[in-house]
Design a binder for this molecule. Structure first.
Ligand SMILES: NC(=O)c1ccc[n+]([C@@H]2O[C@H](COP(=O)([O-])OP(=O)(O)OC[C@H]3O[C@@H](n4cnc5c(N)ncnc54)[C@H](O)[C@@H]3O)[C@@H](O)[C@H]2O)c1
Length: 241
C-alpha cells in the first residue's frame, strides 16, 4: 500500500482526501488543529500528526513519522491553507498579507521540499499534489493575499515539477472553484453573494470535497504517470466562462 501524507486533514478537502484514501493507502493525516484532528481515530493504516506547515522542524517531523510508522512516503496531498477575511486590497493589513502567504505559499514550499528530499534520497518515485485555486489563475476581488498566495502555489508546483521530472517525482496543482467546506461556508450561505458567484459557474452548483479528493486520487495514481507540472481546475467550468 502506498503511503500518502495529507495536510489539512482535519477539515474540508483534506478530510475528504484522507477519508477517500483510507481504504487502500496508508495515510499520515496532518493538521495544526489538534482537537479537530483528534476527532479522527488512529488506525493501523492511519497515523495522526499535529504540525504547523509553516514550521520547518514540524514539517520534517511529519516526514520522519511517516518513515518510522510506514517505512517511507510515496505521495503528498497538501491541503492545509487559510483565506483571510474579505477586505479591499488597499486596506489589507500587512500582517494579514504576510500570514496568509506564510501558510499558503511558504507552507507549500516547506512540505514539498521535505517530501521531495525524502523521495530523492531514497530513490523512490512519487506524486506530490498541491491545492491551488481558480484564483491561481484569475482574480475575483476582496482577497488579495489569498489570490497572490495561490498564484504562487501554482508556480511553486511548476518549479518543483520541472526540476524533479527526471527523478520520477511528479508534482501537480489542483485548482478548485468554490467547494462546500468550512472555509467557504459563509460565502455559500450568503443569500446575496452565493447566487452572484453561481452565475460564474456553468455547472450551476458548488463542488463537494469528494469531487476534489477524486482528482487527487487520480494524480497520486500510476494512471497519471505522464502528468507533471499540470494545473487541473475542478471548477465546474468557471475558468472557461
Ligand atoms: N473551500 C474552497 O472553496 C476552496 C477553493 C479553492 C481552494 N481551496 C483550498 O483547498 C485547501 C483546503 O481548504 P478547505 O476548504 O478544506 O479549508 P478548511 O478550512 O476546511 O480546512 C483547512 C485545514 O487546514 C488546516 N490548517 C490551516 N493552517 C494550517 C497550518 N499552518 N498548518 C497545518 N494545518 C493548517 C486547518 O486547521 C484546517 O483543518 C486550501 O488550500 C484552500 O485554499 C479551497
Amino acid at each position: 500500500m502506498k503511503v500518502v501524507i495529507v495536510t489539512g486533514a482535519a477539515s474540508g478537502i483534506g478530510h475528504a482526501v484522507a477519508a477517500d484514501l483510507a481504504s487502500d493507502h496508508r495515510v499520515v493525516a496532518v493538521d495544526s488543529d489538534e482537537s479537530a484532528l483528534g476527532a479522527a481515530a488512529s488506525t493501523a493504516a492511519r497515523v495522526l500528526v499535529v504540525a504547523d506547515v509553516t514550521d520547518e522542524q514540524q514539517v520534517q517531523r511529519v516526514v520522519d513519522t511517516a518513515v518510522a510508522e510506514f517505512g517511507g512516503v510515496d505521495g503528498l496531498v497538501h491541503c492545509a491553507g487559510i483565506e483571510e477575511a474579505a477586505v479591499p486590497a488597499i486596506d489589507m493589513p500587512a500582517e494579514v498579507f504576510r500570514h496568509t502567504v506564510d501558510v499558503n505559499l511558504y507552507g507549500s514550499f516547506l512540505v514539498c521540499r521535505a517530501v521531495a528530499a525524502h523521495l530523492r534520497s531514497t530513490g523512490r518515485p512519487g506524486s506530490l499534489v498541491l491545492i491551488g485555486s481558480i484564483l491561481s489563475q484569475v482574480a475575483w476581488g476582496g482577497n488579495l493575499a489569498y489570490t497572490a498566495s495561490k498564484g504562487g502555489v501554482l508556480q511553486l508546483g511548476r518549479g518543483f515539477a520541472v526540476e524533479l521530472a527526471d527523478t520520477g517525482i511528479r508534482v501537480n496543482v489542483i485548482g478548485p472553484g468554490i467547494v462546500a467546506t468550512p472555509m467557504s461556508q459563509a460565502t455559500i450561505d450568503d443569500p446575496q453573494r452565493a447566487p452572484r458567484i453561481l452565475e460564474r459557474v456553468p455547472i450551476g452548483r458548488f463542488a463537494e470535497p469528494a469531487e476534489v479528493a477524486a482528482v487527487a486520487r487520480f494524480l497520486l495514481s500510476d494512471a497519471a504517470s505522464y502528468i507533471t507540472g499540470a494545473f487541473l481546475p475542478v471548477d465546474g467550468g468557471w475558468l472557461s466562462l
